[in-house]
Design a protein around this ligand. Structure first.
Ligand SMILES: [Zn+2]
Length: 411
């Protein structure tokens, strides 16, 4: 589990930490360089020699693995005393970070690790602590010293601090400490039970549940966006790298930071709201990033739907609610009432009208219900599956909720 705290380093500490980040960035890029060179040396084809370029490297040189590069790191540190100022465990983690990205790349086949430009390396990690570094209103970091911290919630009993990641935001003017804590107690994963809801994450409303409960995107957010546009325009008019340009850039960065915080806050509140309403929550397994590349573009990214889904699953886990993703295919093309395929809907078509049974509702509500049905199918035991969850409820929680609904309707 991670707890994030705002920290307030002094000007001197801030300068030092920025220097550390730069050193880490250098190490990262140097290790990546070696990795790339090694790969390039293996690339040349067997039977022909490309006339343009060829990497010649002795075949004995081993693959720059994590351990190999860690050894290399010590070498570099010996050569340059400037590098020694950074804590050794911190620099070792840089190599680990590179190799994590590399392993992830090998697994999914895209997003090769990239060089980090100036200012793009924004965090470093202290991977080990003997005891809790937070005492009162300060956190003790090796080689940096005591840093003021806003400890808005204490670390719970029985938890140990595993590592602390220092994160720089808004061009190194806002700092956070992300504290990873763990306990030996195993928390079991929530089991499916009780009342379920399906959630259609969409464009018109932020989301619609299978009960036709809508969450609208917050207006405050739009306001921030338009303010961002103004600031960006102003910043673009300044001479690059001038003092005023720096100032304007900082303003933009700070607003970006505020927007991302506001969005996260909104996502948290919505997640908790949903958890209040149900015991099981189902969402579609859409790859939002892929969708965002297409025609829906920026609008999708603005909502941060992927982040919301991750947060929701985390909040569900924390509150003991069951969370699952269901197949997203044709969710908007099936009638939730009778299950017939109603054909593809255009994006502009906002209502669902079934030609078979005449069921009529808004499009997102219909797909929310389909998502719920799919979710229930995946968790309900076999013998119950024959009955349609929408018609006769098999799960006790839902039956009760329907009674409540009916009572509400009759009242
Ligand atoms: Zn129908």
């Amino acid at each position: 589990m991670n707890y994030t705290y705002r920290i307030y380093p002094t000007a001197k500490q801030q300068a030092l930490m920025l220097e550390w980040l730069e050193t880490c960035r250098h190490f990262y890029n140097r290790c990546l360089r070696d990795l790339k060179d090694w790969i390039a040396s293996k690339k040349c084809s067997l039977y022909s020699c490309s006339m343009i370029r060829e990497y010649i490297m002795s075949p004995e040189i081993p693959f720059p693995s994590y351990l190999e590069q860690k050894r290399q790191l010590t070498q570099w540190k010996k050569e340059n005393p400037y590098y020694q100022e950074v804590h050794s465990q911190v620099t070792q983690d840089v190599v680990k970070r590179l190799h994590n990205t590399w392993e992830a790349f090998k697994k999914r086949g895209f997003r090769f690790p990239r060089y980090k430009k100036y200012g793009r390396y924004q965090s470093f990690l202290f991977p080990q602590f003997k005891e809790n570094p937070i005492k009162g209103n300060s956190i003790k970091l090796s080689k940096i010293g005591e840093v003021a911290i806003n400890c808005h919630r204490p670390i719970p009993e029985g938890f140990k601090v595993k590592g602390v990641r220092i994160v720089a935001r808004a061009r190194g003017t806002i700092w956070y400490a992300v504290v990873t804590i763990s306990s030996d107690v195993n928390v079991p994963d929530p089991i499916p039970f009780g009342r379920g809801i399906g959630i259609d994450i969409g464009l018109e409303s932020f989301l619609v549940t299978s009960d036709n409960f809508r969450v609208e995107p917050s207006l405050f957010f739009q306001e921030l966006q338009s303010r961002l546009k103004v600031l960006q325009r102003r910043a673009s008019r300044k001479t690059k790298r001038s003092k005023n340009w720096e100032k304007a850039q900082l303003k933009v960065a700070r607003l970006h930071h505020q927007i991302s915080n506001t969005r996260k806050n909104f996502h948290f509140q919505t997640s908790h709201l949903l958890c209040d309403m149900a015991d099981m929550i189902f969402v579609e397994d859409i790859n939002f990033k892929m969708t965002a590349r297409g025609f829906l573009g920026k609008q999708m990214l603005d909502g941060g739907f992927g982040q919301f889904r991750d947060l929701l699953s985390w909040v569900c886990w924390k509150r003991g609610k069951y969370f699952a993703q269901v197949n997203h295919k044709y969710t908007s093309q099936i009638c939730p009432e009778c299950g017939t395929y109603t054909g593809k809907k255009e994006l502009s078509e906002r209502v669902h009208v079934c030609g078979e049974c005449g069921y009529q509702t808004s499009r997102d509500h219909a797909s929310g219900r389909v998502i719920l049905q799919r979710g229930l199918e995946s968790v309900v035991p076999m013998d119950c599956r024959e009955r349609k969850p929408s018609a006769e409820c098999v799960l006790p929680g839902i039956a009760i909720s329907r009674q409540v609904q009916r009572r509400k309707l009759s009242a």
